[in-house]
Design a protein around this ligand. Structure first.
Ligand SMILES: [Mg+2]
Length: 336
């Protein structure tokens, strides 16, 4: 396989803030893998929380470039195992694994969902994320983007007030992501009020390492609790059982579609709800997530919708949240 690497600086439509950080640009690595006249694309965004930069990923991949060029592709899962053996970070592996899946599907002329034995008749629609800002700006951002389902980032001094104000302006469903900001007591206090305000679940209300706190509240909390920062890699799925209602899988954190598919299977065995989330990827990464949607309860794949300019074409998200799956095989990604 012939490999190509490209760094993009993705400009966001609005400054994006969560409880621990704020940014206007998102650095992203796009990997191309080519074979027999087809090219597959994968992506991984840089992430300060996990100390990953585009340069660090490029360095890791360049160190094994010759081996990748000489690699004899049979199955994407084998390629993933090969990368794991080489000791690459999950972020770099994700970009390569997504590219490999896209290439594999394009070579077979089949979309990935079909290769995985699913059909895209039933799938959850994505939320549209409202980052932390002043109440007025959060309301304005929501009104600017009419959508049936919003994910609201919280972790401020006036969380309930924000949701009350948003509710005055829409009938949409809300889901809340507090990104580690609450205590168990706050979570139990806020949950009934939020449920009343039309919230469907809470994502990662407590710090990632407070598993005891989650165990304490998961059965009494009136809203489902979804793990995000507490569920990073495959081994974490088992740890989430009994502590959370469900898990949010991020492709960059777990290392791509190959482990994500295994995590979905394991979560089902453990009776956990399954969500896949994004990290402000362009349509390269989002199109890979889209292929998983028939297997999911919830999905957060608005990354490309939050960008000023997308860099690729693939999955199309319509005004009502419905998806138009690309007809090309794989994830169906082409660069613009
Ligand atoms: Mg989250």
């Amino acid at each position: 396989m012939e490999i190509s690497l490209k760094k993009y600086v993705l400009e966001l439509e609005h400054t994006f803030s969560i409880s621990r950080e704020s940014h206007d640009f998102q650095d992203s690595l796009v990997v191309g893998l080519s074979l027999n006249g087809k090219t597959g694309y994968g992506e991984a965004t840089a992430n300060p929380y996990y100390k990953i930069t585009v340069d660090s990923m490029m360095k890791e991949i360049k160190a094994i470039e010759t081996e990748i060029n000489n690699y004899n592709l049979e199955k994407p899962e084998d390629f993933h195992a090969f990368l794991k053996e080489k000791g690459l970070s999950n972020f770099a592996i994700c970009a390569l694994d997504l590219a490999c899946h896209d290439l594999y599907g394009k070579l077979l002329g089949k979309p990935l969902y079909k290769i995985w034995g699913t059909t895209p008749e039933n799938y959850p629609i994505t939320n549209y994320t409202i980052g932390i800002d002043t109440v007025d700006k959060m309301v304005a951002k929501m009104i600017e983007k009419p959508w049936p389902l919003y994910k609201v980032k919280l972790g401020t001094d006036n969380d309930i007030e924000i949701v009350k104000q948003l509710r005055k302006n829409t009938d949409a469903i809300f889901r809340i992501d507090a990104n580690n900001a609450w205590t168990p007591e706050q979570t139990l206090e806020f949950a009934p009020q939020l449920k009343e305000l039309g919230v469907e679940f809470l994502e990662q209300p407590l710090p990632a390492d407070n598993l005891a706190g989650y165990k304490e509240i998961v059965d009494t909390c009136v809203l489902p609790i979804i793990a995000d920062e507490s569920c990073i890699v495959e081994e974490d799925v088992d740890k989430c059982a009994g502590h959370f209602t469900g898990i949010n899988i991020k492709l960059t954190k777990c290392g791509g579609l190959t482990p994500a598919l295994r995590m979905i299977k394991r979560a089902r065995e453990l009776n956990l709800k399954v969500m896949v989330g994004c990290m402000t990827e362009s349509s390269v990464g989002i199109s890979a997530i889209a292929q998983l949607t028939p297997q999911l309860d919830y999905v957060d794949m608005d990354g490309a919708m939050l960008l000023k300019h997308d860099i690729a074409k693939g999955i199309e998200i319509l005004e009502d949240g419905k998806l138009v799956f690309p007809t090309l095989g794989g994830s169906g990604v082409t660069l613009l």
